[in-house]
Design a binder for this molecule. Structure first.
Ligand SMILES: O=C(O)CCC(=O)C(=O)O
Ligand SMILES: [Fe+2]
Length: 324
């Protein structure tokens, strides 16, 4: 019998151990940089392992999230994000339409972020997504768990941004200004099972790219996250326990003139069960101007996008996906 071989594009996302980024040995850090370079330029998505985030903390975040979405609707509506000047709190089912032209997403969520009092100068100035959180009164540990998790994840995102700088041949602290007072958003998501008879195009989360810098996602064991491959097919980002699925958002695509990809992804919860996930968005310093990095435009060509601030891009994307 004859066997033929042919190159088959990888059908899984790369898995990157990021422990080396914490090493005092520059060779170890550079090796992670090389792995990041391949992942960021090919898929814009990878699994991050050996990240140092404690499993107990991750378990606590999921446990609090399940409890939140199991609260009576009146308790959830008491912290509706429409009551917040900065998009913090509960987001009901079908509130967001990530994919233009499709029905609203079959997911509900909860947003929190760095706590700033109403008299903080940035809040008084009406800066986007900055201000106080709303916390569910019925869950006494919720606030502490989410706040600790946000702190830990901000640190991990900063470490990864140092790795991304190395991967681009830049100084390791190149993105320090982007990380200095970052907008970060912790989002809890709950997806009911995909409807038995969905409307045309109806999904848990419509196809979209993320708006910011890095997204670090926890998913439960339901599956359902799909990532668009270069050939236009959808890859399943199957759950790997203990890992984060990391992807690059629009800020990094614009910075690198699309050398690093902000890749379309979507969720269809065909597990038949409730699905829980927790994206953490590290969006960056709101005043940071994102303009094409030196060396990312070929001679004689113009960059693909004009410069934009983090805050302006974020504002435009919320307006588009929430229709207000
Ligand atoms: O729930 C997921 O797995 C992905 C969520 C997502 O893509 C988002 O919130 O931007
Ligand atoms: Fe996303």
């Amino acid at each position: 019998m004859q066997h033929t071989t042919r190159a088959i594009p990888a059908r899984t996302l790369p898995v990157i151990s990021v422990a080396g980024l914490q090493s005092p040995d520059p060779q170890a850090r550079a090796a992670v940089g090389r792995a990041l370079h391949a992942a960021c330029s090919e898929t814009g998505f990878f699994y991050c392992i050996d990240h140092g985030v404690k499993p107990e903390l991750i378990a606590a975040v999921f446990a609090q999230s399940r409890q939140f979405f199991a609260l009576p609707m009146a308790d959830r509506l008491a912290v509706h994000k429409n009551r917040s000047p900065c998009n913090r709190g509960y987001e009901p089912l079908r509130d967001q339409t990530l994919e233009p032209g499709t029905p609203p997403d079959v997911k509900e969520g909860f947003y929190s972020g760095p706590e700033k009092p109403l008299d903080d100068p940035a809040v008084r100035a009406g800066r986007f997504n900055q201000g106080p959180n709303q916390w569910p009164a019925a869950l006494p540990d919720f606030r502490a768990v989410m706040s600790e998790y946000s702190t830990v994840m901000t640190r991990l995102a900063e470490t990864l941004m140092r790795g991304i700088a190395l991967s681009l041949g830049l100084a390791e602290d190149y993105f320090a200004a982007f990380c200095h007072d970052p907008l970060t958003t912790l989002r809890l998501l709950h997806y009911p099972p995909q409807p038995a008879r969905p409307l045309p195009g109806e999904k848990g989360a419509g196809a979209h790219t993320d708006f910011g810098g890095l997204t670090l996602l926890l998913q439960d064991d339901s599956g359902g996250l799909q990532v668009r491959a270069a050939d236009g097919t959808w890859l399943d980002a199957a759950p790997i326990p203990g890992s984060f699925v990391v992807n690059l958002g629009d800020m990094i695509a614009r910075w690198t003139n699309n050398r690093y990809r902000s890749t379309l992804h979507r969720v269809i919860n065909t597990s038949g069960r409730e699905r829980y996930s927790v994206p953490f968005f590290h969006t960056g310093n709101p005043d940071q101007v994102i303009a094409c990095l030196p060396g990312c435009v070929p001679e004689g060509e113009a960059p693909l996008w004009p410069p934009v601030t983090v805050e302006d891009h974020l504002r435009a994307m919320y307006a588009r996906t929430y229709g207000r």
